[in-house]
Write a protein of this length. Sequence first.
Lengths: 193, 230
Amino acid sequence: MNGSTATAERAERDAVRAVHAPAANAELERMYKTHYALVHRLVVRLGIGFAEAEDVTHNVFVELSSALAKRDEGASERAFLVGITRHVVMRHRRSLFRHIRRKLAMQEHEGEAVAADEHARREAARELHALLESLSEEQRVVFVLMELEEWTAPEVAESLGVKLPTVYSRHRAARLALGEALARRRARERSGP
Amino acid sequence: MTESDAALDALVAREKQAMARELAPPPNGLAEVRLAAATAVRWKTLSYVGKAGLIALVIAAGTIGLNSRNERAVQARAGSAPAARVEAPASTATTTAPAAPTALTAPTAPLSNAEAVPTRSVEARATRVATPERVGAPARVDESVPTVAPIPVVAEAPHAPAPSDSLAEELALLRSAQAALRSGDAARALAITAEHASRFPTGALAPERRALERRARCRESAEPRPSDCP
C-alpha cells in the first residue's frame, strides 16, 4: 500500500521533472505555439464545450509532454497530435465526474459575461456541434478532419491508422447521418415549440 | 446534391467561418501546461493516498473496536486504580506522512500495563488520528489535548515513506493556491503564492507560481467581472 503511494509520488516527481527538462521544454514550446489553435479546434469539434476547451487543450499538451519520447520520427506531427487529442477528449467525455463538471461549466457559462461577438461566434458553431453528437466517435473524427479541417482522405487514413476505403466509408456514413439529423431538426423547428 | 446535403454544407461553412478566428495560445499557456501536468499526476497520487487512508480507517476502526472491549475488561480488572495519561511518541502526532498508515505503525504500549490504559474514549482518538481529512495533510500538534498511549494494533503496516522533497512541497502549495483561485478567493491565492516565493524563490515550479500570481492579480483587479481573466 505504502509502496504504491511511494511509486506514485516518484512518478509524479518524474513527470514534473520531465516537463521541466530543457530539451522537452523546447520541443513542447514549439509544438504548443505551432499547434495550439488546431488542438483547440479539434477539442471543441470532438465534443468538449467552449467553457472547458482551454483546460482540455492544455491536458492534450500535458499528455504530449510525456508522449514526445515515444513518438515515431517518421510520423506526421499533426497525425500524432490528433491521436493524443482523441485519447484525451474520449477520456474526458467518459468520466462521469467530468460530465458533471461540464454541466456545471455550461451553467456557469450561461451567466458568464462573454463579449457579444464571441457569443455569436460560439452560437454559430454550436448547431453543427450539436448535430455531431449523433455520430459515433469514429465517424465524427473523420468528418471533422475532412470537412472542417480540410484534410485529405490519405492524411486522415494515416492519422487514424486505418485504410483509405474505411475513411471514405466513415465519411459517407457521417454525412448521411448528419443530413438526416439536420432534416429532423429543421422539421422540429418548422412545427414550432 | 440533395436538399439535406446542401443544408449540411451551409452549416459546415457557417461553422468554419465561426471557428476561423485564429486562436493564439493564451499568455503563460506553457506554464499552465506545466501546472496541469503537476496537478494531474498529483491527483493520481492523492487517489492512492485516499485509498490507503480508507483501508487504514477500516482496519483501525475494526482494531479499535476489539481493543475497546479489551480496555473495558482491563479497567474492570484494575478496579478503581487511577488511570494515568501517557504522552504518545511525537511521531504519532507530528508526522507529515499520510496519517493513517502512521497510526497503524505507532509504537504500542503493553496491554497488560493497567496504568497506561487511557481514560479517553478510544473511538474519539481513532477519529482524531485516522479521519480521511488528515490523510495527506500535514498533521498538527494539539498541545492542549493530552494524547494517550497507543492501543496495540493487529495489522502491522510498513513505515510510511520519508517526507517528500521540496518539489512535492511546492506542488502542494501551488495546488492550494489554484484551489483558492478556483473558489474565487484571489487574496488567499496571492498569499499562498507569496509563501511559495519566499520558501522557493528559484523553485522548479516558479513559472507556474508566476502564472498563478498573474491570474490572481487579474481576478482581484477585474472585480466585479473576474470572468474576463484567464
